[in-house]
Design a protein around this ligand. Structure first.
Ligand code: ZN
Length: 236
């Protein structure tokens, strides 16, 4: 294993542990990354639960080849089709973040209600046109293409009654995006329990998107989450 590949696997393993400790991963879910900028090689946790995956459980496959090795998760097509559609995406997380699933499935709009929960300008799209084969699981390249098309240029998309898909330029962005999506959904859930959610005005969202995804801000955020991973248990 090259030093670069080892470092990437360590980064993915750490990201998986952080997301698991925040209740965003459960026994399922996956975090993937290109193996280098623009690479067609993708590294992803294998069939081991993401929160317990060791470095040896991360697998690498080639985007340009047809079919998938048995060692990668059945929903890997979600990752592949987004990477194929988007050169700007370097990392992807698929998780079952509970508040985001509840809010999206109940038909509430997933749009920022708080600066910390800002991921993107657009409301998060919700995919619900599942084909008949896999139920709510996206296990074929043809259905994954539809998911990638609905995601468009956004960072996040919800699969109704199932989970979230969060894309970023880096592993850090995919991890932070997953946390922010869930945090925002948690706030919407609680606002809806006592009244109407108050969504941020559009111009504020636009300012926040720039603020949140500034490199220095991201470093501060990821440092916080790395040192306070247990804090996430308070989400659920
Ligand atoms: Zn899933």
């Amino acid at each position: 294993m090259s030093v670069d590949s080892l470092e990437l696997k360590k980064q993915l393993m750490t990201g998986c542990r952080v997301l698991d400790s925040f209740g965003i991963f459960d026994e399922q879910g996956h975090l993937s990354s290109r193996v280098g900028d623009g690479s067609d090689l993708i590294c992803i946790n294998g069939n081991t639960s993401p929160g317990t995956a060791g470095i040896q459980e991360f697998e690498t496959y080639d985007l340009t080849r047809s079919g998938y090795p048995d060692s990668v998760p059945g929903e890997t097509p979600i990752h592949s089709q987004i990477y194929r559609a988007r050169d700007d995406v370097g990392a992807i997380c698929h998780n079952h973040s509970p508040y985001a699933v509840i809010v999206a499935s109940a038909g509430l709009e997933l749009r920022p209600v708080h600066q910390v929960g800002t991921i993107q300008k657009n409301s998060v799209a919700v995919y619900d046109e599942y084909d008949e084969r896999g139920g709510t699981l996206i296990t074929t390249d043809s259905e994954a293409k539809d998911v990638a098309a609905l995601l468009g240029d956004d960072r996040a998309l919800m699969l109704k009654g199932h989970g979230a898909v969060v894309a970023g330029a880096t592993v850090t962005e995919a991890v932070l995006g997953s946390i922010k999506l869930e945090y925002n959904a948690m706030l919407i859930y609680h606002q809806a329990a006592i009244g109407e959610p108050w969504y941020l005005p559009e111009h504020v969202i636009e300012q926040n998107v720039e603020f949140v995804w500034d490199e220095a801000k991201m470093e501060k955020s990821i440092d916080y989450y790395l040192s306070n991973a247990d804090v996430l248990n308070s989400f659920v």
